[in-house]
Design a protein around this ligand. Structure first.
Ligand code: C2E
Ligand code: SIN
Ligand code: SIN
Ligand code: FE
Ligand code: FE
Length: 375
């Protein structure tokens, strides 16, 4: 077996980027699933991967996509994958032959020797388990999967869920893209130990600010769907920096600051209006009105309105939330910072719109407040 260590941050970024580019020009769900299965395999550094789907009567599971082997169908109450699906569980197994659930018949048939395995469920539109993403045999030198590989497989499996849901509902591909974009944003955040609700709140705040600014409903909706992507470039930032439980030193800060341009580069090549908007947001959400922001140091109206809006929505939400490096601020302190930064960090007009719409903003904050998470 060809060994290789897990992807570096840059390779990871390039891999996701190349697959997202492929997906955005693709119309058939079956083909998209094949591409996603392959992405899951590459991202998690595995030799093989399959998408398993549960039959209508829940009696059997079958592979939608299998690399290097024929499509398979087995009883759902046999085997590791069936068990993961039944129990709605993510699994990492170092050696399947030490696992009583493992059904070695498939290995016997195919002559392929399975050793390590990871399985993550995929969900339908009612959030019911409808199948699983399985990868087999880690290519790392110790031949076992780690939590990091699991996170990367989860990224691919959540795309798969969205796509399967879309194919069931025969939704328009544009909608699928929207979901994928949202999922990517949410995963960028969850990796940085921020809750998924952060991106949902930023989305809603952005729409409120956009409407207050006078953007048409359709464009405000576009920005709502694009703004969850603002931190997608964080997927390429090493864990040790992203989740550092304290303040950054200069070097760490410099690396973190690359997330804006990295995110932009990941998605700028798509022609879709949604991804175009998302690339602007990713690029410009840390620019400041007075020109002191990054990465380009743009000022005032040089900063796209999407960038100015998302900047305010993101900082407002970040200040009010616990982070690995700081506690949540209380409301009065947040409001005085926003006023102080009116015309410095933030577009003065948007600060006024923010306070005019405070009631609606607080309603979103309450509705989408963080729940305690123990994962
Ligand atoms: P984030 O935590 O989502 O914060 C987004 C933005 O909110 C920050 O952008 C900053 O403008 C504002 N913000 C958040 N917390 C504070 C605060 O306590 N005081 C003030 N004045 N502003 C705050 P920024 O600074 O460009 O940081 C971008 C991202 O880099 C942050 O996203 C976070 O993920 C990370 N980060 C920044 N500084 C540190 C740090 O010292 N330690 C760690 N572990 N992460 C950091
Ligand atoms: C797969 O291709 O992922 C299935 C490998 C196996 O279990 O034989
Ligand atoms: C099992 O889950 O144990 C059977 C399926 C497989 O080996 O890929
Ligand atoms: Fe950011
Ligand atoms: Fe953010």
């Amino acid at each position: 077996m060809v060994q290789r260590e897990s992807l570096s941050a840059n390779e990871l970024l390039e891999t996701i980027f190349s697959y997202v580019t492929k997906l955005s020009s693709m119309k058939e769900h079956e083909k998209m699933l094949l591409v996603l299965a392959d992405m899951g395999r590459v991202l998690s550094n595995a030799e093989r991967c399959s998408v398993w789907l549960l039959s209508e009567d829940k009696e059997r599971i079958w592979t939608k996509v299998a690399h290097g082997i024929e499509a398979l169908e087995i009883q759902s109450d046999l085997g590791i994958v069936g068990d993961a699906i039944k129990k709605d569980q993510k699994l990492i197994i170092d050696d399947v032959y030490k696992d009583a659930r493992f059904n070695s018949d498939i290995d016997k048939q195919t002559g392929y020797k399975t050793k390590s395995m990871m399985v993550v469920p995929i969900y339908d539109e009612e959030n019911e388990v409808m199948g699983a993403f399985q990868v087999v045999n880690s290519r790392s030198s110790d031949e076992i999967f780690e939590t990091r590989d699991m996170e990367r497989l989860l990224l691919a499996s959540s795309y798969a869920s969205e796509i399967l849901i879309a194919s069931k509902l025969t939704k328009e591909i544009e909608d699928t893209q929207k979901e994928v974009v949202f999922t990517m944003g949410a995963i960028g955040e969850s990796r940085s130990k921020e809750t998924g609700n952060h991106v949902k709140r930023v989305a809603q705040y952005s729409k409120i600010l956009a409407l207050g600014f006078g953007l048409p409903e359709e464009e405000a909706e576009l920005l709502k769907n694009a703004s969850p992507m603002h931190d997608i470039g964080k997927v390429a930032i090493p864990d040790a920096i992203l989740n550092k439980p304290g303040r950054f030193n200069n070097e760490e800060r410099t690396i973190m600051d690359t997330h804006a341009e990295l995110g932009y580069k990941m998605i700028k090549n798509s022609n879709r209006p949604l991804l175009q908007a998302a690339s602007i947001v990713a690029y410009q959400h840390h620019e400041k009105w007075d020109g002191s922001g990054y990465p380009q140091g743009l000022k005032e109206e040089e900063i796209h309105i999407y960038g100015r809006i998302t900047a305010l929505a993101d900082v407002y939400d970040a200040l009010g939330s616990d982070r690995v490096y700081k506690k949540a601020w209380d409301d009065e302190k947040i409001y005085s910072l926003l006023q102080e930064e009116r015309g410095r960090h933030f577009d003065p007009q948007l600060i006024d719109i923010f306070f005019e719409n405070l009631e609606a903003i607080l309603a979103v904050r309450e509705k989408l407040k963080d729940e305690f998470e123990n994962e």
